[in-house]
Design a protein around this ligand. Structure first.
Ligand code: NAP
Ligand code: GDD
Length: 345
């Protein structure tokens, strides 16, 4: 049988790295997009090639439908994973227009590129949808967690843009009979996570504090809760969604929610520091056993509208995809801190 071809947008991202490795191990020929006027000698290009020599790099911006269409015509992928996006919720408030162009309309660009290349009946499409679409407000919080049929109420330009991506994917499935699905993924983290996201910011800071390179970390809202899993587990679920007989959308989550505060405490425990909390609101600090301030609040990291609580119910993915997360919450914190301790030495 011919080798299957997978096309991943945003190959430099966290999930793309895990997914490319998984697909390579499964025997796929892997293609991934990088944006910018890069040549093979460029450090960003080289970094991907050094880490994942098996990835065929395609230069294409998600805003550039001609580049995407050309890529589809030339590669004729069996599976397309649309992971490229502005993915940082806080940043999306600062640049909402670009977020809409990229995180919303970029999805349509990829779907149209598939159709323009005449591949809509053969190429399977995965859209990286998100738990941010639920919004976490009190009135629509199911006790056991959000499911595929929960109501959406996005709270950021990012969440709103992702909702467009979710619906246009469903619309192309219904209109053109495409195998086009959304994975509604709750937060997933790990050693590839960007340092602008809170878990990696904490694990890197804790490692730097242990090594004497930093005194403390500044954070925003400590009391938001997230359903945090390991990214390596979640890419397996993405792949499984594209192997089904019929296309459908699935939630991937752990079924447990923890606060930023809990993540911070556990991360410090990994280096032998017990954090205790003093003060309130913007004046709250986390101090170590010797009274040294290790955590301070910086309101710069607050968001204009916050998602206070996210909890997912992965029952359907477990039953229908046979998907199961392997790494639990303490395991995730440990894995990230240990990785950063080694990397920072
Ligand atoms: P990530 O690390 O931020 O990766 C996103 C990638 O998109 C980056 O490599 C980025 O490239 C690329 N990109 C940005 N602008 C682009 C453009 N104009 N053209 C082409 N590519 C562009 O995100 P991730 O955590 O791996 O997440 C992957 C996808 O899943 C995203 O769509 C995210 O919104 C979604 N998602 C993530 C989670 C999560 O918890 N991680 C949960 C639910 C959904 P540069 O490196 O050039 O900036
Ligand atoms: N980034 C960041 N930095 N967040 C902070 C900080 C800080 O210093 N301090 C507190 N937080 C809080 C945020 O206010 C938010 O409530 C929570 O930590 C998580 O923030 P992020 O790690 O930036 O992730 P996110 O939940 O907003 O978004 C991620 O998960 C979504 C799925 O639910 C991203 O990966 C999105 O792309 C993804 O869709």
């Amino acid at each position: 049988m011919a080798q299957k071809r997978a096309f991943i947008t945003g190959i430099a991202g966290q999930d793309a790295g895990h997914l490319a490795q998984l697909l390579h191990e499964k025997g796929y020929e892997v293609f991934g997009t990088l944006r910018g006027q890069l040549e093979a000698s460029h450090p960003r290009y080289q970094a991907i090639k050094n880490e994942m020599p098996y990835v065929n790099i395609v230069l294409a911006d998600l805003l550039d439908i001609s580049a995407l269409t050309r890529a589809m015509q030339e590669i004729k992928p069996d599976e397309v994973y649309n992971l490229g996006a502005i993915s940082h919720v806080g940043y999306s408030f600062r640049d909402p227009l670009l977020t809409a162009d990229l995180t919303a309309k970029g999805v349509l660009n990829v779907l149209e590129a598939i159709r323009l290349a005449g591949l809509e009946k053969t190429t399977r499409f995965y859209q990286a949808s998100t738990s941010e679409m639920y919004g976490g407000l009190d009135y629509n919080r199911p006790e056991k967690g959000y499911t595929e049929s929960s109501a959406f109420h996005p709270r950021s330009p990012y969440g709103v843009a992702k909702l467009y991506g979710y619906w246009i994917t469903k619309n192309y499935r219904e209109s053109y009979d495409m195998f086009a699905v959304s994975g509604i993924l709750f937060n997933h983290e790990g050693e590839r996570r960007g340092p602008e996201f809170v878990t990696r910011k904490i694990s890197q800071a804790v490692a730097a504090i242990k090594l004497g390179k930093q005194d403390k970390i500044e954070l925003g809202n400590l009391d938001a809760k997230r359903d945090w899993g390991y990214a390596g587990d979640y890419v397996e679920g993405m792949w499984r969604m594209l192997q089904q007989d019929t296309p459908d959308d699935y939630v991937l989550a752990t079924g447990e929610a923890h606060s930023i505060r809990e993540f911070t405490e556990l991360a410090f425990k990994e280096i032998g520091i017990d954090i205790s909390w003093q003060g309130e609101a913007e004046n709250e600090v986390g101090v170590d056993q010797d009274g040294v301030v290790r955590v301070a609040i910086n309101p710069e990291f607050y968001r204009p509208a916050e998602v206070d609580f996210l909890l997912g119910d992965p029952t359907r993915a477990e039953n229908e995809l046979g998907w199961q997360r392997k790494v639990d919450f303490p395991g995730l914190v440990k894995l990230m801190v240990e990785h950063d301790l080694t990397a920072k030495q």
